[in-house]
Design a protein around this ligand. Structure first.
Ligand code: NAD
Ligand code: TYD
Length: 350
């Protein structure tokens, strides 16, 4: 099986490529990635010389380049995305371009060259806020809250329409928040770990009582591979972690494991439109594909912290140029940036 992986130089994609090349000796992979600020070939150093691995730099919105690279592949796993909610709030245009238009381009090319399977990697954020006590199954209404989650919901619906209209062989995964090695340190878990390691403040949005369902990336990779190999065409599979945890409690656990005090904890202005709770019902993938998470939060956090401790050079290299100017522009004065957004939205509604 020759798989066309989009966004394989990012966090989940690179973990997935390493996992597949390790466990499926008869698979080969074409990793197609634009190498945005979030894409990093250093994530794939361990497989760069593997004869079953090939890297092609390109944009998923470029139909001709996608077709040239995908032409002899049997299946597609689509990870490529602008994946950060905060960035989607400050600068939504690239998010819509990659996540919606890019997915459309991939669907068109994959339909033309008759791939036998297309796995669209989506997120639990498409369901929006889940009320206390409820758990979203795959039929839960899509009520996205941010430009990021709306773009993912839009792409899910495009995929669904291709299944229905063209008999296109697609399957969708919707996973909860991932954490683990090689995650770009603008996301919650690696940000808190790397800040704690260097005695910087840990910025908790609002009261920190928002709940997330944390999934170790290796559990997600096993789930995605199960969906590729055994998932039923046209279906959606939720992939969730073992526990729901409040953000504040995650930060406290990280501080404790790193050996730092809570004096580093800093409550900052909340994210606009911030979803309070994500909670998934994962019985479908458990019963149909016999998948369940096996890495406990305690073990996963310990392993992740160990990895970031040993990856100082990697962290320093990804935290350079683009990331620093992003932080300067939007995080150095959060109140001003968020006020500017609120003002522009009130101007738009006038
Ligand atoms: P990431 O930001 O770490 O990586 C995204 C990758 O896509 C990068 O390598 C980037 O260079 C590439 N990319 C971006 N735009 C591109 C374009 N136009 N053309 C080609 N490549 C492009 O993201 P991630 O955290 O690994 O997430 C992967 C997928 O999983 C995304 O679709 C995301 O929506 C989904 N997801 C992520 C999480 C999570 O917790 N990280 C949870 C659920 C779902
Ligand atoms: P994030 O990693 O951005 O994932 P998502 O928004 O997709 O769930 O954030 C996870 C949670 O952590 C979310 O509730 C927002 C919160 N958060 C903070 O409190 N501080 C931060 O600096 C970041 C990046 C996130």
């Amino acid at each position: 099986m020759k798989i066309f992986v989009t966004g394989g130089a990012g966090f989940i994609g690179s973990n997935f490529i390493r996992y597949v090349l390790e466990t499926r000796k008869d698979f080969s992979i074409v990793n197609y990635d634009k190498l945005t600020y979030a894409g990093n070939l250093a994530n794939l150093e361990l497989v760069a010389r593997n004869p079953n691995y090939q890297f092609v730099r390109g944009d998923i919105c470029d139909a001709a380049a996608v077709e040239a690279a995908m032409c002899d592949c049997d299946a597609v796993i689509h990870f490529a995305a602008e994946s950060h909610v905060d960035r989607s709030i400050y600068e939504p245009a690239p998010v819509i371009q990659t996540n919606v238009t890019g997915t459309f381009v991939l669907l068109e090319v994959a339909r033309k060259i008759l791939v036998s399977r297309f796995v669209h990697v989506s997120t639990d954020e498409v369901y929006g806020d889940i009320p206390e006590g409820a758990f979203a199954d795959e039929n839960f209404p899509l009520q996205p809250s941010s430009p990021y989650s709306a773009s993912k919901a839009a792409s899910d619906l495009l995929v669904r329409s291709y299944v229905r209209t063209y008999g296109f062989p697609a399957v969708i995964t919707r996973s909860s928040n991932n954490y683990g090695s090689y995650q770009f340190p603008e996301k919650f878990v690696p940000l808190m770990i790397t800040n704690a390691l260097s005695d910087k403040a840990l910025p908790v949005y609002g009261d920190g009582k928002q709940q997330r369902d944390w999934l170790h990336v290796e559990d997600n990779c096993r789930g995605i591979l199960a969906v590729l190999e055994r998932g039923k065409i046209g279906e959606v599979y939720n992939i969730g972690g073992p526990d729901l945890v409040e953000n504040l409690s995650m930060v406290q656990r990280i501080l404790q494991l790193v050996g730092k005090t809570e004096s580093l904890l800093s409550h900052v202005q909340d994210r606009p439109g911030h979803d309070r709770r994500y909670a998934l019902d994962c019985r479908k993938i458990q019963t149909e594909l016999d998948w369940r998470p096996v890495i406990t939060l305690e073990e996963g956090l310990r392993r992740t912290i160990d990895w970031y401790v040993s990856a100082g050079l990697w962290v320093a290299s990804v935290r350079g140029g683009e990331y620093l100017s992003y932080c300067e522009k939007y995080y150095e004065n959060r109140e001003r940036s968020l006020h500017a957004i609120a003002r522009s939205s009130s101007i738009a509604s006038d």
